[in-house]
Design a protein. Sequence first.
Length: 183
Amino acid sequence: MATNSESPVTIRLQLRDLAQLFNSMDPSPFHDRDLDADAEEFIMSWARETPRAVAIDLEIHLSAPPPATKAADVEAAVRHYFANRAAMKQREFRLLLRRGRTSLLVGLLFLASCLLVSELLAKLGHGTISVIVKESLTIGGWVAMWRPLEIYLYDWWPVRDERRVLERLSRMAVRLVVPAETK
């Protein structure tokens, strides 16, 4: 990744306490917990709007100081979460391309069969019904190619782009900002 002289973009998240950052229903250990859906969407939406060459920092402003043990692990937990999500997107990307290959093979076989049958019909008969069936088979064969073309032309872009955003977030610096203790 090329270094950029621009300063990192800081995403600021205001929370009452650290527990709001994580999914309260997730029973996993702290390091493996999922982020709260709203917090994740907030972070993702900011990251999507940030130029790719600019680093991202996350600054979490808390109203109440967190337990010291959890405060020390927040950066690792957030990075771990986004790294896992990036790995899931990579698997989704590979599955999409595999589905595209399978769809392409099925589509090409179906198209070849339709074109072969339509040519046989053209040689056997020249009536209106024969022409209608021939054209219907030709159209049906090409329609079967719709899904593989859709996968290879359009569907993979959003999955790849989201994976890239998640990978960037898995490397971001995370900082907790807690209120100063009053005496």
